[in-house]
Write a protein that binds this ligand. Structure first.
Ligand code: AMP
Length: 357
């Protein structure tokens, strides 16, 4: 039996949203140079003149901000993906997630991070983000039952994800929305981490961050319990959920539409938090306000991941610990013997062979 004090979710977190109340696209450049991020992150922004630099080929898919189109860059013939982000009302100005994504991606060059090729604004007050084009994403691969995913393939997917997130954490960037649909794959099989709309810089002294981040099934228990002083360990929980999903071929922790249901799902598998397995959990907002759970024991991982080798389970255990302070870092995970033990990871060139052919 649990108790939820009234108003438990009525807390408003006004911490990490820049207020970008500009009304003219001609001011985009000004915004990018004046919001609170370090100037070095935004000073070299370049805007091409217009959509005239591209020939639109077709729709690739749609997301939170609308349809993403494939296009060809005039002159170079390079294929790109264009995401057009429009504010619903002109007085809202430029969408802040777009600004965030531009600021973080513009100077972030890494083989496993999606390349932001160009940014421009349109006369109808939209901002267009132009990316390198991908062939597919991990969610599509997982959902395509004609594709078999071997243990060696899983190792390659996880290795690429850990390299990407390690690079983010080295630069004090939290991604805050790791999930299979944000792991894109380009033609040569390289995984490119995408969608930095929720990403944030963090650091010391501890940055106040909103717990309203990360898609539910990939959201760690500290955010579900209302923590606003979390760290890179939050992304690591999501990495663990993706690893588990690769092993099971279905999402691991499928709560039903609410943070409380997600916590129930997590505690059913991991057992209820105690002073031994998570010493600080009682200080988190929802626990401090009296939310309690019946004691339930943890289910051993080898009873859930029956086909997984021991080294995979050992690494998974170190990524998915209730206490964020006990979770591996991305670097520790990359050094785990799982990656040097047999089988070696599938080469990236072979990872998409079935998808593309
Ligand atoms: P998003 O708004 O980022 O969720 O993207 C919506 C959809 O557009 C995704 O599900 C993909 O199918 C597609 N998409 C986004 N970015 C790219 C890209 N760089 N290359 C190919 N397709 C993309």
């Amino acid at each position: 039996m649990r108790q939820l004090p009234s108003g438990a979710f009525a807390v408003s977190y006004r911490d990490d949203r820049e207020s970008l109340n500009f009304t003219s696209t001609s001011r985009i450049s000004y915004i990018l140079h004046t919001v609170s991020y370090p100037f070095s992150l935004v000073r070299n922004l370049y805007f091409s003149n217009s959509m005239e630099n591209y020939r639109v080929l077709g729709a690739l898919g749609s997301g939170t901000w609308g349809v993403v189109h494939s296009a060809e860059q005039n002159g170079t013939g390079r294929k790109v993906a264009i995401k057009k982000i429009k504010s619903e009302r002109s007085e809202e100005g430029v969408n802040f997630t777009a600004i965030r994504e531009i600021k973080l991606l513009r100077e972030f060059k890494h083989p496993n991070i999606i390349e932001l090729v160009d940014v421009f604004s349109t006369p109808d007050m939209a901002i267009c983000l132009v990316y390198e084009i991908a062939e597919t994403d991990l969610e599509k691969i997982l959902n395509n039952k004609q594709i078999s995913i071997s243990l060696a393939d899983i190792k390659q997917h996880l290795f690429s994800l850990l390299k990407a997130i390690s690079a983010c954490h080295d630069r004090w960037i939290l991604h805050r929305d790791l999930k299979p649909d944000n792991m894109l794959y380009i033609k040569d099989g390289t995984m490119k981490l995408a969608d930095f709309g929720l990403a944030r810089m963090y650091g010391t002294p501890k940055t106040r961050l909103s717990p309203q981040a990360i898609t539910l099934w990939y959201k760690p228990p500290e955010l579900l319990l209302g923590s606003y002083e979390y760290s890179s360990a939050a992304d690591i929980w999501s990495v663990g959920c993706i690893f588990a999903e690769l092993l099971l071929r279905r999402p691991f922790l499928q709560g039903k539409n609410s943070d409380i249901s997600q916590l129930d799902t997590i505690f059913t598998v991991f057992g209820t938090p105690t002073d031994v397995n998570w010493p600080d959990h009682n200080t988190l907002p929802l626990c401090a306000r009296g939310l309690i759970w019946d004691d339930v024991p943890a289910i051993p991982f080898d009873e859930i991941f029956t086909a997984a080798p021991k080294d995979a389970i050992s690494l998974l255990r170190s990524l998915l610990t209730l206490d964020p302070n006990m979770r591996f870092t991305a670097r520790q995970a990359l050094d785990h013997p799982y990656f040097t033990n047999n089988p070696p990871p599938t080469s990236k060139e072979k990872i998409l062979v079935v998808v593309i052919s």
